[in-house]
Design a protein around this ligand. Structure first.
Ligand SMILES: Cc1cc2nc3c(=O)[nH]c(=O)nc-3n(C[C@H](O)[C@H](O)[C@H](O)COP(=O)(O)OP(=O)(O)OC[C@H]3O[C@@H](n4cnc5c(N)ncnc54)[C@H](O)[C@@H]3O)c2cc1C
Ligand SMILES: NC(=O)c1ccc[n+]([C@@H]2O[C@H](COP(=O)([O-])OP(=O)(O)OC[C@H]3O[C@@H](n4cnc5c(N)ncnc54)[C@H](O)[C@@H]3O)[C@@H](O)[C@H]2O)c1
Length: 451
């Protein structure tokens, strides 16, 4: 049977573009459908604009620190509209680059919403295309819980395009987006409250890291309200928002921002025309080759809900392209020891197991940790402390996990991830000569385990 394409990819985000380009480079005939924006979440309303906003929010603190080093600053001011306009220009430039990347690799771009008609047919805006294989890379979409007044709240999608910076902001959630945006808004001078329904935010991160970050964010003026949830939002005639909490407390704010997770974007995708099954969390179920229950239909990225990070979607995209079109180069993906960073101020970065996970897995753990004031702060009145922690298996001496809270943690963790992937022991860390004076050298100079 002949088909229009060897591979039809739905979604030109991180995973979809990578899979399409790799497949085309292996000689496959490839098409990609995209309904909204080239580059997907990461480029348009995720990693990239978020990091630009993080940079913007850091300057305020840097200006204050500069005084200790003899700098006198004149009037400082911040213009939100300039930041958003410049960010939009950069995103438009990246959209253009993504288009070129696809077309230069020989991939056909179909702009519009794709619906799967059957295991070998996709319809985009009324036009049908046949394909030997289909790859679903449609990503996710933010969700707001079903509370009264939810229509007055925004999500990260809208946060990148706010017309004005609010004076006060209440962020709901205890994950990456909530914590990153709390830092962004706080850094830009917004009175920021973070509301989280659990005991302590960042579930799944190391407990010492969670506690350390909570202390540092509080020192920076972010109001943390744990064990709290909003039950109702009322908009006042003045435009302000009144939030009622589950403990009956009431607060007033200018913006309510929900960062309560993302669900897979499956609406009107035509999954009912296939044998595809969803797992208990609503993500597409795939086997180890990312093939769904419908033979020839694959799924990668946020829509399979394994680890919702861009580099993971990229790696999955490459794995599928190799599996289908260059099997001799195929190697199974190893999603253990994936490093991750949260670009809060200060950053949190982590690779490997937390102390709690290592204990649960039955390791006899040794903990090395240190909390200290960075050299950069010694001429200033900033009391921020860095935190570094190593989890070591006493029996094999292998380093099981590295965790850090502090400036540059997001940059530093990548190299520690290589060490862990290579199976480094604590002895290897100890025998590595430090780089002085840096904060990073602490990772190779922690000698005495915690009691
Ligand atoms: C605010 C925020 C910050 C983030 N920061 C980071 C970070 O710092 N580091 C990191 O690693 N990850 C970060 N992430 C996560 C990262 O963006 C995602 O993991 C990644 O984009 C997932 O890639 P994907 O290919 O699965 O989907 P996406 O990038 O979401 O791409 C899916 C594409 O499919 C299109 N689409 C959907 N349905 C259809 C259809 N039926 N027809 C046609 N097209 C369709 C969408 O329009 C979209 O362009 C962040 C996410 C958010 C929301
Ligand atoms: N720096 C990064 O790498 C980065 C940054 C942003 C996002 N991301 C990715 O995007 C994903 C989505 O981010 P996110 O922060 O939206 O999700 P998340 O899953 O990290 O956090 C969601 C938070 O919302 C809470 N929550 C869920 N339902 C709720 C409800 N009904 N009421 C109150 N709270 C509720 C959860 O307890 C959790 O704390 C992340 O899991 C991450 O993989 C990564």
């Amino acid at each position: 049977m002949s088909f229009d394409y060897d591979l039809f990819v739905i979604g030109a985000g991180s995973g979809g573009v990578r899979a399409a380009r790799f497949a085309a480079s292996y000689g496959a005939k490839v098409a990609v459908a995209e309904e909204r924006y080239l580059g997907g979440t990461c480029v348009n309303v995720g990693c990239v604009p978020k990091k630009l906003f993080v940079y913007a929010s850091q300057f305020h603190e840097e200006f204050n620190l500069a005084k200790g080093f003899g700098w006198h600053l004149g009037d400082i001011g911040f213009n939100w509209q300039t930041l958003v306009e410049n960010k939009n220009k950069e995103i438009a430039r990246l959209n253009g680059i993504y288009k070129k990347l696809l077309t230069n690799s020989g991939v056909t771009l179909c702009e519009g919403h794709a619906i799967i008609v059957n295991a070998h047919t996709v319809m985009v805006d009324g036009k049908s295309y046949t394909a030997k294989n289909i790859l679903i890379a449609v990503g996710g979409w933010p969700q707001i819980p079903d509370i009264k007044g939810r229509e007055h709240a925004i999500t990260s999608n809208e946060a990148f395009y706010l017309k004005e910076l609010p004076k006060r902001c209440t962020i709901v959630g205890g994950g990456y987006i909530a914590v990153e945006f709390a830092s962004i808004f706080n850094g830009l001078g917004v009175e920021t409250t973070l509301v989280y329904r659990g005991e302590l935010f960042l579930r799944g991160f190391d407990d010492d890291v969670r506690n350390h970050l909570a202390e540092e964010l509080t020192k920076k003026g972010i109001k943390l309200k744990f064990n709290t949830d909003i039950v109702q939002i009322d908009k006042q005639s003045s435009g302000t928002l009144v939030t009622t909490f589950n403990n009956s407390e009431v607060d007033e704010t200018d913006l309510v921002f929900y960062a309560t997770g993302r669900h897979p974007k499956l609406d009107n995708l035509g999954l009912e025309n296939t044998k595809i099954v969803l797992n208990s969390k609503g993500f597409i179920d795939v086997d180890k080759y990312y093939e769904t229950a419908e033979p020839g239909v694959f799924a990668i990225g946020d829509v399979v809900g394994q680890i919702q990070l861009t580099p993971v979607a990229l790696a999955q995209g490459m794995a599928v392209a190799r599996y289908l079109f260059k099997p001799e180069d195929y190697r199974a993906l190893d999603l253990t020891q994936v490093a991750t960073a949260m670009f809060s101020l200060p950053n949190v970065a982590t690779v490997g197991l937390t102390e709690q996970q290592a204990i649960e897995k039955g390791y006899d753990v040794q903990i090395f940790d240190e909390s200290f004031r960075a050299l950069k702060l010694t001429l200033t009145d900033c009391t921020e402390k860095m935190y570094m922690k190593l989890i070591v298996d006493k029996t094999s001496d292998k380093v099981l996990g590295c965790h850090m809270v502090g400036e540059g943690a997001g940059e530093l963790i990548q190299c520690l991830a290589i060490a862990l992937k290579a199976g480094a022991t604590k002895k290897v860390f100890d025998e590595t000569i430090g780089v002085h004076p840096t904060a990073a050298e602490e990772f190779v100079t922690m000698r005495t385990p915690r009691d």
